[in-house]
Design a protein around this ligand. Structure first.
Ligand code: BJW
Ligand code: ZN
Length: 244
C-alpha cells in the first residue's frame, strides 16, 4: 500500500493524534454499521427505535433491539483497527473520540477514550438516574424496572434529539483543537454535533485523514482520503512509523 508523502511528513512532525471513529471500525469485528446496504437501519427505522418517544411508546421492542445488539457486541472482539490505535500510543499522545457504543476501544485498552454517544453496556433509570451495568439485567427480555424506585431502565446511549454528554463533548472538542493529525475512521460523518469534531480539528490546523471503504460527506473536506478497510489501512500506516 503506497501512501502520500505528505502523510509521512505529518507523522514525523506530529505529537498529538486524534482518532475519530464510527461504526465502520467495528465492521471487521462483525458488528453491523448503521447506514449502507448491510446497515442496521436497512432493517429497522431509526425514528422507530433510536429516540426517547419511541422508547416510551414501545419500551419492550426498543429494549429487545438493544439486547439483540448487546448480544452481538458481547460476542465480538476488537479487531486490527482498534488494536493498532493502541499501538500508536507508543509513539504519540493518542485520543480516541468515538461515536460507537460497542465498548471495543475500551476492550482493546485504548488509554484515552471519549464516548460521544454513550455505551451500550450501561443502563440508567429514567426517573432517579441510577446507573446499572448491563450484567445486572442479564438476558431480560422486557424493559427492566429500577431496583430503587421502580422507574423504567433504558440503555445509556444518545438518541436523536438528545444532548450529547456535555463534559465529554467539550473535552473531545478541546483535544480536536490541539491535535496535529485527526484520522476520521469508518464513519459516514453525517450525525451532528459529533461530525463537527473533525471539522474543528481541521479549522484549528490539524491534518485531516479519512479512512473509509466509501466516499462520505466529509471526503471533499479532508486533506487526504484513503480508501480501504480500517483493519488493513491502520496497520500499514503504523508501519511507516515503525520503519523510521
Ligand atoms: C468502513 C468499514 C471498514 C464500513 N473500514 N470504513 C445539525 C446540527 C446539529 C444537530 C443536527 C443537525 N441536523 C440534525 C441534527 C439532529 C441529529 C442529526 O445529526 N441528524 C442527522 C440525520 C442530520 N442529531 C442529534 O439528534 C444529536 N443530538 C443533538 O443534536 O442534540 C441537540 C438537540 C437537542 C434537542 C433537539 C434537537 C437537537 C444526537 C445524535 C445521536 C445519534 N445516535 C446514534 C444512535 C446511538 C445509539 C445506538 O447505537 O442505537 O448514534 S445514531 C447512529 O449514527 C449512532 C452512530 O454513532 C451515529 C453515526 O453513525 P456512523 O458511526 O457514522 O455509522 P454509519 O453506519 O453511518 O457509517 C459507517 C461508515 O463506515 C460508512 O461510511 C462505511 O462506508 C464505513 N465502513 N466498513 C472502514 N471495514
Ligand atoms: Zn430509579
Amino acid at each position: 500500500m503506497e501512501f502520500d508523502k505528505e502523510l509521512t511528513k505529518k507523522l514525523d512532525e506530529a505529537s498529538s493524534i486524534v482518532f475519530f471513529t464510527g461504526a465502520g471500525i467495528s465492521a471487521e469485528s462483525g458488528i453491523p454499521t448503521f447506514r449502507g446496504d448491510e446497515g442496521l437501519w436497512k432493517k429497522v427505522k431509526p425514528q422507530e427505535l433510536a429516540n426517547f418517544d419511541a422508547f416510551l411508546r414501545n419500551q419492550d421492542m426498543v429494549w429487545e433491539w438493544y439486547q439483540y445488539r448487546r448480544n452481538i457486541m458481547n460476542n465480538t472482539k476488537p479487531n486490527a483497527g482498534h488494536k493498532t490505535i493502541v499501538e500508536f500510543e507508543k509513539y504519540f499522545d493518542v485520543t480516541v473520540i468515538t461515536q460507537n457504543v460497542d465498548n471495543l476501544h475500551r476492550r482493546a485498552k485504548s488509554k484515552t477514550i471519549f464516548e460521544l454517544h454513550g455505551n451500550i453496556e450501561r443502563n440508567f433509570c429514567i426517573e432517579c438516574k441510577t446507573f446499572y451495568n448491563h450484567n445486572e439485567f442479564g438476558s431480560a427480555k422486557r424493559t427492566p424496572k429500577c431496583k430503587k424506585c421502580g422507574g423504567m431502565v433504558r440503555p445509556d446511549v444518545v438518541w436523536f434529539g438528545e444532548n450529547l454528554p456535555q463534559d465529554i463533548f467539550n473535552k473531545a472538542e478541546q483535544k480536536a483543537k490541539e491535535c496535529d493529525i485527526c484520522f476520521v475512521v469508518g464513519t459516514s460523518a453525517v450525525i451532528f454535533p459529533a461530525a463537527n469534531i473533525p471539522i474543528t480539528a481541521k479549522q484549528y490546523g490539524a491534518y485531516l485523514v479519512e479512512i473509509n471503504v466509501e466516499q462520505t460527506d466529509i471526503t471533499s473536506s479532508v486533506d487526504y482520503s484513503i480508501k480501504g478497510k480500517s483493519g488493513e489501512v491502520l496497520p500499514k500506516i503504523l508501519d511507516i512509523i515503525k520503519d523510521k
